[in-house]
Design a protein around this ligand. Structure first.
Ligand SMILES: NC(=O)c1ccc[n+]([C@@H]2O[C@H](COP(=O)([O-])OP(=O)(O)OC[C@H]3O[C@@H](n4cnc5c(N)ncnc54)[C@H](OP(=O)(O)O)[C@@H]3O)[C@@H](O)[C@H]2O)c1
Length: 322
């Protein structure tokens, strides 16, 4: 079957390790089943994998991709939850299972015509969502959902700052945050992307690092090093940073004095549970929220999608269709 996979690790030039070509069909083990993939979406996680972050060379070749919407073996339209973990081992939360992984880390991923997944990881795809839209939800939108509604502690009406407005998680934070009644501010390095954030529903958009008109209740961080000090400075006393990524690097100045003196909280967040994915699907149905899709490409052209993400040339999700 056709697949896009990591054939080599190259930390400096991740595209060097990406190949698109024939891979063996999945052979599901007990309790697993095979899904025919109708659409799948690119995440920065896939770029990290090609750089060797979370994907050691001894697991190659590895089909990349954490997201999928498709058809199960009974002909049902489904969305795949990409977290492979045992909720019991994580105190009721599979993301806290010490052995949990994402599809494409230990098990072959979704950038393929077919993928094997645990039967318990399937959810019905709402009719209201296309396969392309549904494929955007299990990683970027689920991460944003958990950051907003589980980890932020913020009530609707609170002001939330989203660092790096154009990314997959960032656009999800703007869309879901606005639909839930938060005042959403965003930053971006480019004027065009700030305009796109406003069109998407952000109440205001600022240049990366700019002084804000007032301090905010919560900052949503996925950028990391390039924006961390600004995030710390932008919070009200007692405010909270929710962090789920560090695209620009993960060793910023810690800003310890500011953190204790203004009594800030720093909260980590990763993916979400199957139940949260179910509620996210319903949230999209109920509010009419739809993921922002930057482009849809044939899976055979996956390299072009990766190149756009590495260059930061996208706003929203890049979707592949096998
Ligand atoms: N913990 C989890 O479960 C989880 C889930 C999903 C993603 N993540 C992580 O979250 C991060 C974002 O993922 P994604 O898929 O949304 O990636 P993406 O679509 O490639 O977005 C990258 C974002 O980073 C910003 N950015 C990059 N370099 C920057 C710099 N030097 N200065 C300022 N902004 C910069 C971009 O903002 P502008 O271009 O608009 O300025 C853009 O918003 C990744 O590191 C990913 O690994 C984690």
């Amino acid at each position: 079957m056709l697949a896009a996979y990591a054939a080599r690790i190259d930390a400096e030039n991740p595209l060097n390790g990406l190949e698109t070509g024939d891979r063996p069909d999945p052979e599901p083990s007990a309790g697993w089943t095979t899904i025919t993939v109708k659409a799948t979406a690119l995440n920065h996680h896939d770029v990290w994998s090609l750089r060797g972050v979370g994907l050691p060379a001894d697991r190659l070749p590895m089909i990349l991709g954490c997201d999928a919407a498709g058809i199960d073996s009974d002909g049902n339209e489904v969305v795949v939850h990409g977290v492979i973990g045992d909720a019991n081992a994580g105190g009721g939360d599979e993301t806290l299972d010490p052995r949990r992984s994402l599809l494409s880390e230990r098990y072959q991923g979704t950038f393929a015509e077919r993928v094997a997944v645990p039967k318990g990881n399937l959810l019905p795809k709402p009719d209201a969502l296309s396969f392309e839209e549904a494929a955007c939800l299990p990683t970027a939108y689920l991460t944003a959902y958990r950051m907003l509604f589980d980890k932020s502690g913020a009530q609707p009406g609170a002001t939330i700052l989203v660092q790096g407005a154009s990314g997959g998680v960032a656009t999800a934070l703007i869309l879901l945050g606005r639909a839930a009644g938060y005042r959403v501010w965003a930053t971006s390095r480019s004027e065009a992307k700030r305009e796109a954030a406003l069109k998407l529903g952000a109440d205001a958009a600022f240049e990366t690092g700019a002084r804000l008109p007032e301090r905010v209740d919560v900052v949503m961080e996925t950028v990391g090093q390039a924006t961390w000090s600004h995030s710390v400075r932008s919070l009200k006393p007692g405010g909270r940073i929710v962090i789920s990524g560090a695209t620009s690097g993960d060793i910023p100045p810690a800003e310890l004095t500011r953190i204790f003196f203004t009594q800030l909280s720093v909260v980590g967040s990763t993916m979400g549970t199957r139940d949260q994915l179910g509620r996210l699907l319903r949230f999209c149905e109920q509010t009419g929220t739809r993921p922002l899709i930057d482009r849809v490409l044939p899976l055979a052209d996956a390299a072009a999608g990766f190149a756009a993400m590495i260059d930061g040339a996208h706003t929203g999700k890049i979707v592949f269709v096998p």
